[in-house]
Design a protein. Structure first.
Length: 218
């Protein structure tokens, strides 16, 4: 067996019994669900251009990937709204909570859960309409030791997301960048790999506060 532990180091609050505390925090649930609803609005933001909201009764199934779905606060909202959802998370402790919730969902056939890294999502090319990511995307470079390595991971992930998305595909990412360098690195990873879009900051004066990237496939 290899000594190399490929699991990134995450905040303790995602691991073991702490993931139960994360999942049972009413504050966290309220906050993450509110953010998910805002991300859904941003997905169809007119400033990206006029893309009609899907009519789930008429249109083909609409696939949305929840990148870093955690214990499923964002996933639950997406399923309730009628999307076909693929929840991706790299930590079993977090993903197992969504699996339990799935058993109680009305539309449980509309949800697939995959234990995987955002950097290597095991889905077919051009198979998804949209992706969202709530408070998770900044962890994609968690394991990188050098700035160069971080930049490469960000670029490869954006390139891969581009391939997975169907034409007109969109991504909304909500995250808390560590600093301006990290923010700029994520922005250019998308710009250089086929995306247009813009950024919304909850507090424009704060460099590292809550940030939304609204992206569409060029
Ligand atoms: C703060 S939680 C947010 C979970 C969920 N989106 C929510 O709103 O409650 C961040 C999640 O991202 C997951 N995550 C971090 N890096 C990841 C990666 N590279 N691939 C997949 N999941 C990742 C963590 O395991 C954790 O469950």
């Amino acid at each position: 067996m290899s000594n190399h532990d490929s699991t990134p180091k995450f905040p303790d609050s995602f691991l073991g019994n702490n993931s139960l505390d994360y999942d049972s925090s009413i504050w966290m649930e309220r906050n993450q669900k509110k953010t998910t609803l805002l991300c859904l609005q941003y997905l169809y933001d007119e400033r990206l251009d006029n893309l009609e909201k899907p009519d789930f009764l008429k249109d083909e199934p609409f696939f949305i990937v929840d990148l870093g779905c955690g214990t499923g606060f964002s996933t639950e909202i997406l399923v309730e709204r009628g999307f076909r959802v693929v929840g991706i998370d790299v930590l079993h402790d977090m993903l197992s909570k969504v699996k339990t919730k799935k058993n109680h969902m009305n539309n449980q056939n509309n949800l697939e859960l995959i234990l995987a890294d955002i950097n290597y999502i095991p889905l077919r090319s051009s198979s998804i309409n949209h992706a969202i990511s709530i408070s998770a995307y900044n962890f994609i470079t968690h394991r990188a030791e050098s700035i160069r390595n971080k930049t490469n991971i960000a670029h490869n992930t954006a390139k891969y997301l581009y391939i997975l998305l169907k034409p007109n595909g969109r991504i909304v990412i909500e995250f808390y960048p560590k600093d301006e360098k990290e923010l700029n690195s994520f922005i250019s990873s998308f710009k250089d790999n086929g995306f247009d879009g813009f950024m919304v900051k909850k507090d424009p004066n704060q460099k590292s506060g809550q940030t939304f990237l609204l992206l569409k496939k060029r």
